[in-house]
Design a protein around this ligand. Sequence first.
Ligand code: NAP
Ligand code: ZN
Ligand code: ZN
Length: 347
Amino acid sequence: MLTVTAYAAASPTADILRTTIERRDVGPADVLIEIAYAGICHSDIHTVRGDWGAQTYPLTVGHEIAGVVSAVGSDVTKWAVGDRVGVGCMVNSCRDCVNCRAGLEQYCENGNVGTYAIVDRDGTVTQGGYSTHIVVDQDFVLRIPDAIDLAVAAPLLCAGITTYSPLKHWNASPGRKVAVVGMGGLGHLGVKLAVALGAEVTVLSQSLAKEADGRAFGAAHYYATSDAATFEKLKNEFDLILNTVSAEIDLAAYLKLLRLDGVLVNVGAPPEPLPVPVFALFGNRRSFAGSSIGGIRETQEMLDFCAEHGVVPETELIAADEITAAWQRVLNSDVRYRFVIDIATMA
Ligand code: NAP
Ligand code: ZN
Ligand code: ZN
């Protein structure tokens, strides 16, 4: 076992404080990564605060990991010491079910092993990236292209792939009108990626406070959802709506913004179920869908796409002892647009 520095929560309500955790020894197929940066995803907060169910504490979260390979197991063929790599939301899956075989490990029929808060094959609870090192099977490691600075790469590993995958699946492309609801960590990358894919992009945010940023990210239109006139004006407008909001929204109001055969894809994961208003679905033969992160192959595709198209997360770098305060700012929708922990500050 390797004892490494980490920041953990001791309970659902605790601050995120310095501690040590154990990493397994580097097995034949494993890679040891020295973590340089870790993004703060709203899912980290939902998980620790118990929004999605009870957890085992102490718990170290973080599933947007960027770093450098510092050791490899005897059977590792894909990676070498010094490689710039990332780890996202999964660290393993069964590899044998129909979905794993299709490269859709996030939908593993036997349950993928999440990067944190999941009981791993060895019975331990996985611990995430707010930490100096992590040991991961080589097949769940991603290559960070040279064109992407490690300091800004981390948010792509969750926020990037979680927005890229549905945008691709539901065909965000030239001639298609895409709305992104909520411009936080996921949302701002959803805007940049949809623009890079050629769609005409609209931001639906709570207010107009971030309009200049949204337009700088390439959005053609920007509306405040606090203004009832927005929902009148945009009726039957969009082919695709990507909802990234971490809280409940009025689904009926948003569904009515879809044109014929339009789809509202929910990636936001609020604590309570969202009631689906069926009559709003009947009109225009609309669909309501969900999407979970993305497979390993598609995550690499997304990283390469971002390198090629210059899609870069907007980040605010913080020290490890600022995590608790940063979480509060995320909860206040006061994030521009992803907090990234400088892991060197854990030394
Ligand atoms: P975030 O940075 O906090 O962004 C969420 C945004 O939603 C906020 O910036 C805000 O945007 C808007 N918002 C927040 N509260 C709101 C409210 N009460 N009413 C209306 N709008 C509100 O969070 P994130 O890290 O992007 O994550 C977003 C959600 O996606 C979370 O629930 C997270 O757990 C989930 N998630 C899902 C997946 C998946 O695989 N499906 C993966 C990662 C994360 P404006 O200020 O622009 O209104
Ligand atoms: Zn996440
Ligand atoms: Zn599987």
